[in-house]
Design a protein around this ligand. Sequence first.
Ligand SMILES: Nc1ncnc2c1ncn2[C@@H]1O[C@H](COP(=O)(O)OP(=O)(O)O)[C@@H](O)[C@H]1O
Ligand SMILES: [Mg+2]
Length: 298
Amino acid sequence: MLVEASERALCHLKSDSVLLTGGVANNKRLQEMCSKMAGENSAAFSVPKGYCGDNGVMIAWTGLVMHKNGWKQKIEDTAIDQNFRTDKVKINWAKKGKAQHTTNGQWKGAEAEVIRVEAGVDKRRIRKEYRIQELDDAIRKSRTSREPKLLKKAKEAGVNVPRVLSVDKENYLMRMEFIDGRTLSELIESNKDKNIGRPIGEYVAKLHIANIIHGDLTTSNMLHSDGHIFFIDFGLGFVSPKAEDKATDLLLLKKAFNANHSSISEELWASFLEGYTTKETQATLQTLKKAETRGRYL
Ligand SMILES: Nc1ncnc2c1ncn2[C@@H]1O[C@H](COP(=O)(O)OP(=O)(O)O)[C@@H](O)[C@H]1O
Ligand SMILES: [Mg+2]
């Protein structure tokens, strides 16, 4: 789970390195899994000796980096705040890598390779060396069969998604319609359009009202084509009426805005809420608020 989440972050931020630190970094199996995951994504991997224990130096270093990047505080405001969590840090210093898609119609996502074919595109979930093979096969099979079902359900709910053309579960393959556009992540970074949050919010509300949880709501999993937004990558999705599950989707999207579009993340989130807020989404918004004040995951 930890390695898979790191892999998704690596792909979403288009980073080129993985650094394993903290007490748990001493775990040899975790080191081995992270190293394989980094290798599979052509990223550098390191476990810095001496930083695999107490977090004090890391906290101090983060403070210094934040200060150098414009986070100025008065000395009297710098007392210890036990409730301050690492995910509250607004990261505006991360360097973005290059988009992973090539000109000849091939993309590499966090878990699949997507290839342009005559009929559309083929999404093939590739073997992950860091997972035990039996587990990896079962995960890839179940996601390959789950994704087309959710795409169909999302379309019925009125959300733009690529049409599924065929599914070959044994080969972890789904063929779907080609959406000619670019990811919303790239679009937002180029035009800094703060108002695009609103249509995203309207579509996510439609998904949630139909009890569809996307499971990986980031702007890398939305495509922009001909003025329309398409949602893709439902492999981690599921169906649930629970406000907690819907709020978890929102929490992830808010973090993705912060991580990937930090210069306009607050405005993007405000416009997202304008689009998302309806009578039917009130319970989810209240659950989100509670979760945020508790300062922890749902
Ligand atoms: N139907 C499609 N049409 C055009 N490009 C697509 C389509 N589906 C996926 N892609 C491209 O492939 C990338 C990876 O696809 P995605 O489904 O997100 O895989 P992963 O699960 O590996 O993240 C996307 O970010 C997008 O650029
Ligand atoms: Mg994806």
